[in-house]
Ligand binder design. Structure first.
Ligand code: SF4
Length: 371
């Protein structure tokens, strides 16, 4: 099954966007060596380029003293073409949250966010421009899918976040990027091959990749069951975050339309299989939406179906989209909801609401700029 053949994943009617040029981060180690040798260069040049790119987060060969001046230009033009152009950046939370909007080849816009905390600096990255899942409460879901990001477009978001984190921008936080969550625009498992290749670039030891720890990487999904099972076999024990949003099929069919294809029991079984295969506890994400999925009965049902599983519940107070009737549950309703789920022995956390001041819901800022 190719990435486009998954049932229920639709693209918008927009014309197909231009494809970006091939980039160093699209290639694995063997392909990089083949590339430089095929260009008539000695194989060690591949290591030199990777040490700069993955070891120093540097993609500007103009200043690379180990290369001759003509070679610097050639490497820049052929192997490190610019893929992301920043068209907007906003910060809030006292400068500890920075959201960037990037223009891709062909004009589509995507977002990434860097959030600094006392003990970690987390990047939230996009895997698709737009999204074909169509969750009605989500700004990105209203845009439809423009196109999948390439491996290098995903990796470049990570590299930019690493540069920001190590630039001294976040006093009182680690001086480097520690965590990555694939919770930006798009459904990561609907762009499976690029996602897995990007995970290799993120996890592979330097200079093959950035050398980050799998336990600090989280991949979210609405529950593309075949891909969840496939990811479990990749040998990369990243944390899985399952976006459930409703404990019953009747409601989930409306909030996450792909539930018609893979209902609640199936996605939970796949998440259990992922946990069994990787040994990693998964999280269940639940956007708490006023008068939609915040009732006490739903809290009890959610607690019942999660009880005894290797998981914890992460409640997300919905970040409202302007003009949308969907909004966050009242604080006292949220408190009661947490209490009722915990009563059934399920661990619950409530996600902080970083980025509220800056069109913080995924896709909101990019959507505003598209208008
Ligand atoms: S919530 Fe996630 S899966 Fe649903 S439309 Fe938005 S980006 Fe897509």
């Amino acid at each position: 099954m190719t990435d486009l053949e998954l049932p229920g994943i639709t693209s918008s009617s927009r014309p197909r966007a231009a494809r970006p040029p091939r980039h160093w981060a699209d290639l694995d180690g063997a392909q990089r060596r083949d590339e430089v040798v095929g260009s008539g260069l000695p194989a060690f040049r591949a290591d030199q380029i990777s040490r700069r790119y993955f070891g120093q987060d540097d993609a500007e060969p103009d200043a690379w003293s180990e290369l001759s001046v003509p070679l610097r230009r050639d490497v820049g033009d052929r192997l490190l073409p610019p893929l992301l152009t920043e068209v907007a950046a906003q910060s809030c939370d006292g400068g500890d949250t920075v959201k960037s909007v990037w223009r891709l080849t062909g004009g589509a816009l995507v977002e990434s966010v860097v959030m600094a905390y006392p003990k970690r600096v987390t990047a939230c990255v996009s895997s698709q421009a737009g999204c074909g899942i169509g969750c009605p409460f989500c700004a990105t879901g209203q845009q439809g899918l423009t196109r999948n990001l390439t491996t290098a477009e995903i990796v470049e978001q990570v590299r930019m976040a690493r540069r920001l984190a190590s630039s001294g921008a976040f006093a009182g936080s680690p001086d480097h990027l520690t965590n990555i969550v694939f919770m930006g625009m798009g459904e990561p498992l609907a762009n499976y091959r690029a996602l897995v290749a990007a995970l290799h670039r993120i996890l592979d030891p330097q200079p093959l990749g950035f050398g980050m720890s799998a336990r600090n990487i989280t991949v979210s999904t609405v529950g593309l069951v075949p891909r969840m099972l496939q990811l479990a076999e990749e040998g990369m024990p990243v944390t899985l975050a399952l976006s459930l949003h409703a404990p019953d099929d009747e409601l989930r069919d409306t909030l996450v339309p792909i539930n018609h294809r893979w209902p609640v029991t199936e996605v939970l079984a796949a998440a259990d299989a992922y946990a069994a295969s990787t040994g990693r506890r998964y999280s269940v994400e639940y956007a708490l939406i006023r008068d939609i999925n915040d009732q006490p009965d739903r809290a009890r049902e959610l607690g019942r179906i999660l009880s005894g599983r290797l998981t914890h519940l992460n409640l997300i107070p919905l970040n409202p989209t302007p003009g949308s009737p969907w909004t966050a549950a009242d604080p006292d309703v949220q408190e009661e909801f947490v209490h009722l789920v915990r009563e059934q022995g399920v661990a619950v956390t409530v996600r902080d609401t970083r980025g509220r001041e800056i069109d913080g819901a995924c896709g909101q800022l990019a959507a505003a700029l598209e208008d």
